[in-house]
Design a protein around this ligand. Structure first.
Ligand code: GLP
Length: 251
């Protein structure tokens, strides 16, 4: 059973995440952070950056693994998750860029058709996470269809990191980052699997706004099912779901 915390706004959610991660870093200077893109975690990253500065925490040893990446987008593209994670997390927190990994990094923008590069990239990423000792705190957003990372409905709850096709709903949702043109949104991605995500020691899922209410209700109160990938959080011994009133409105 996941713990649900209802907050006033994203800033309050961000404070909760920041406090817990700053304490973790003090206790374990080389903590492994699981990172996510999307708008939901942005206030949390800002709060964490402010807190580690205020408390002068040493973050030089902190490591990070991102959830997912588009396939076929150059790493330097402003909307690649490589660029996004570096812009929203690595720079504001002052992390060592060499210690932060995004699943598509080794693919360097290779498209799905580059079988030689693409095959094995997922398993290698899972291995790198395992060699780092696993993720301490994984931050998560949620798609309106209940996806986490890019694990769309129907994804195996035991899946590892692998290449996937994006759902049409997700491409439409994410067109806002691509000049509102769905045709510019890549068709494929590489994403940590649900099984990979569940291995993190603590999961923190953030959701705000009425658009997420249905997905949150399915996640918290629906049966555990591949039709709502985030419902897998019910299987995790330490999952925290932080939502505002609007996202909690169907609970
Ligand atoms: C993308 C990401 C997900 C993220 C989702 C929701 O699809 N791959 O990790 O959770 O967007 O984004 P937002 O937080 O902007 O609503």
């Amino acid at each position: 059973m996941a713990e649900v915390i209802i907050v006033k706004d994203e800033a309050e959610a961000g404070e909760i995440y920041a406090r817990s991660v700053a304490d973790l870093i003090k206790a374990k200077p080389d903590a492994v952070l699981g990172l996510a893109t999307g708008s939901s975690p942005l206030a949390a990253y800002q709060a964490l950056a402010a807190l580690v500065k205020k408390e002068s925490n040493d973050v030089s040893q902190v490591r990070g693994f991102a959830l997912d990446e588009y396939l076929g987008l150059p790493l330097t593209h402003p909307e690649s998750y490589h660029s996004t994670i570096h812009r929203t997390v690595v720079e504001p927190l002052g992390l060592d860029p060499a210690k932060v990994h995004v699943p598509g990094d080794v693919l360097e923008g290779a498209p799905l058709t580059d079988g030689e590069k693409v095959s094995g990239a997922g398993a290698a990423y899972d291995q790198a996470i395992a060699e780092a000792g696993g993720v301490d705190v994984q931050i998560l957003g949620i798609g309106t269809d209940g996806h986490i990372g890019f694990n769309e409905p129907g994804s195996s709850l035991a899946s590892g990191t692998r290449v996937k096709t994006l759902a049409e709903r997700t491409r439409i949702d994410n067109a806002r980052f691509f000049n509102d043109d769905v045709n510019q949104v890549p068709m494929h991605c590489i994403t940590q699997g649900i099984g990979t995500i569940l291995k993190a020691r603590h999961l923190v899922l953030l959701a705000f706004g009425a658009g997420k209410a249905e997905a949150i209700a399915e996640t918290v109160e629906g049966g555990v099912s591949a039709f709502c990938p985030a419902s897998a959080l019910q299987l995790h011994p330490h999952a925290t779901i932080i939502v505002d009133e609007a996202a909690a409105s169907r609970l």
